[in-house]
Design a protein around this ligand. Structure first.
Ligand code: ATP
Ligand code: MG
Ligand code: MG
Ligand code: MG
Length: 434
C-alpha cells in the first residue's frame, strides 16, 4: 500500500469521544470509523488486522477438529420461541418484522439456529460428536456501547457449537476448545487466562471466560500470579488424545471472575501471589447439556436404539473486540505496537526524500520485496510526520531510507517495540523483516 494513494485517514487530534487508549488509537490510526453508536466501518488497515485475527482463530478451530459453516445474521423468531429465549433475551435483541409481518431478529448468538440445522442431519449416535463453528457479525443492542469496538452493538464473533452423545464426550469437546483457546490467544501475543465463570441457571462448573488483564477492562478478576507466569504450550497437542492434564494444569490455580469469586478459596492463595485486577473478556466457553437440544427436539438414535438428546456446548471468541484488546495490551505514548502475527503490515518503508533518485529506487526495491506486507510512505511530507505516523500505526518494523543511506545502499531498520535500530543492506533488512 502506497501512502500517497492509500485510504488511511490518520488523525492528529485525539478524538474527544474516545475514553481509552485502544479506542483513541484505532481512530487516530485510521483503522475504523463509527457510523452510528457502537457500529463501525473497518477501513483498509483495520480490516487487515481483523482478518488476521480471524484467520488465527479459524486455523486453531480447524486444528481442534471444529468445522466451519456460515449461518445467516437474520433469524426467525420461532426458533427462539421454542427455546424460550425470545422473551428472556430482552432489549439486547434487535427485533425486526419482514414485509409479511413475520418476527425476525438479528442474531446475538446462534445456539437455536445451529441446533435446528444439526437436527436436519443427525440421525444416529454415529453422527456424533461434531463441532460446528462460524465467524459472523452479531448484533446486541448494548445499553452502553463504548470503548470503540470493545463493546460494540454490531461485532464479529467466532461461535462454535459441539454435539456429543454423552456428558463425558461433551467434556472432551469442552477441553478441545479450552486448549484451542489457549493456543489462539497466545498466537496473537496475548496472555488470556481461563477463569471460572458463571454458568447462570444451569449450574455446574464447566464455564470459563478467557480474560486478559487490562486496567480498562470491564470485569473484576482474581487470579494467582502463577498463572500469569506460565507460558502456553508451543506445539499443537493431540486433540483426540487426553487433554485433561493441560486443562487440569490451568484450572488448578485460582482464577475467577467477580461472580464466581470465593473468599475462602482466595485466602488459601499466598498473599504475595494474589492478583486482583481488571480484565477484558475475549472468549467464553460453556457446557450446557441438553438446554437447547431438548426443547428444539434434536435427538439421535443411541447405540441401544433409544432416542438421546445430544449434550451441547458453545464457545465464543470476540474477534472484533480482540483488535481493541490487543492494542490495550500493546501500545505506548506514541501509538500502537502490533504483535507480528496480527499487524496490518509487517513494515513501513519511510522514504525521507521522495524525488531523490537513490531514495526512490531503494524504496521501490524494498517495497517490491515486502509487498503486500508493507506500507510505503512515499508522501511529500516532512520526515517528522512520517516518523510519527509510523509510530502511531505500529507496524513491527520501520525501514527508513534517507539520501545518505540510499547512496551507500543502506537501510535503517527500527523495531517498533524496542526502538532498536540497525543499519543494514537491503537484502539483510528484507530477511530480518520476513
Ligand atoms: P460481556 O460480558 O463483555 O458483555 P458476554 O459475556 O455478554 O460479553 P458472550 O455471550 O460470552 O459475551 O459472547 C462471546 C464473546 O463475544 C465474548 O467473550 C466477547 O469477547 C464477545 N462480545 C460479547 N459482547 C460483545 C460486544 N458488545 N462487543 C464486542 N464483543 C463482544
Ligand atoms: Mg454481554
Ligand atoms: Mg460476560
Ligand atoms: Mg460471556
Amino acid at each position: 500500500m502506497r501512502l500517497s494513494r492509500a485510504f488511511l485517514p490518520t488523525l492528529k487530534e485525539t478524538p474527544a469521544e474516545a475514553q481509552i487508549a485502544s479506542h483513541r488509537l484505532m481512530l487516530r490510526a485510521g483503522l475504523v470509523r463509527q457510523t452510528s453508536a457502537g457500529i463501525y466501518a473497518w477501513l483498509p488497515a483495520g480490516l487487515r488486522v481483523l482478518r488476521k485475527v480471524e484467520q488465527i482463530v479459524r486455523e486453531e478451530q480447524d486444528r481442534a477438529g471444529a468445522q466451519e459453516i456460515l449461518m445467516p445474521t437474520i433469524q426467525p423468531a420461532e426458533l427462539w420461541r421454542e427455546s424460550g429465549r425470545y422473551d428472556d433475551y430482552g432489549k439486547e435483541m434487535l427485533r425486526i418484522k419482514d414485509r409479511h409481518e413475520r418476527d425476525m431478529l438479528y442474531g446475538p448468538t446462534n445456539e437455536e439456529m445451529v441446533t435446528d440445522i444439526f437436527k436436519g442431519f443427525a440421525k444416529s449416535y454415529r453422527d456424533l460428536p461434531r463441532n460446528l463453528y462460524h465467524i459472523q457479525w452479531k448484533f446486541r443492542d448494548e445499553v452502553r456501547p463504548r470503548f470503540g469496538v470493545m463493546r460494540g452493538r454490531e461485532f464479529l464473533m467466532k461461535d462454535a457449537y459441539s454435539f456429543d452423545l454423552t456428558k463425558e464426550g461433551a467434556e472432551h469437546s469442552y477441553r478441545q476448545m479450552f486448549v484451542a483457546y489457549l493456543r489462539t490467544f497466545a498466537r496473537m501475543g496475548l496472555k488470556a487466562i481461563p477463569m471460572r465463570a458463571d454458568t447462570g441457571p444451569i449450574g455446574g462448573n464447566l464455564s470459563h471466560e478467557f480474560i486478559i488483564l487490562a486496567e480498562t477492562g470491564e470485569s473484576q478478576v482474581f487470579v494467582s500470579q502463577d498463572l500469569l507466569d506460565y507460558d502456553v504450550l508451543a506445539d499443537t497437542p493431540d486433540y483426540l488424545g487426553d487433554l485433561s492434564p493441560i486443562v487440569n494444569f490451568w484450572t488448578s490455580h485460582y482464577a475467577a471472575t467477580e461472580e464466581m469469586h470465593d473468599e475462602a478459596a482466595w485466602a488459601q492463595v499466598p498473599e504475595a501471589k494474589r492478583v486482583s485486577a481488571r480484565g477484558i473478556e475475549v472468549g467464553h466457553i460453556f457446557f450446557f447439556g441438553t438446554k437447547y437440544s431438548a426443547p428444539l427436539g434434536l435427538s439421535v438414535q443411541g447405540p441401544d436404539g433409544k432416542p438421546v438428546a445430544p449434550e451441547m456446548g458453545s464457545y465464543g471468541i470476540g474477534i472484533s473486540r480482540l483488535v481493541g484488546a490487543i492494542i490495550e495490551a500493546s501500545h505506548d505514548e506514541a501509538g500502537i505496537i502490533w504483535p507480528d502475527a496480527v499487524a496490518p503490515f509487517s513494515a513501513a518503508i519511510l522514504n525521507l526524500k521522495p524525488g531523490d533518485a537513490g531514495c526512490d529506487a531503494l524504496c521501490e526495491q524494498l517495497y517490491a520485496a515486502l509487498s503486500p506486507e508493507a506500507v510505503y510512505d512515499d508522501r511529500e511530507e516532512r520526515a517528522g510526520v512520517k516518523f510519527n505516523d509510523a509510530d502511531l500505526s505500529g507496524h513491527p518494523w520501520q525501514a527508513v531510507v534517507g539520501p545518505r543511506g540510499a547512496a551507500a545502499g543502506r537501510v535503517e531498520l527500527k523495531r517498533r517495540a524496542t526502538g532498536e535500530r540497525a543499519e543494514l543492506s537491503l537484502e539483510d533488512a528484507v530477511a530480518r523483516i520476513k
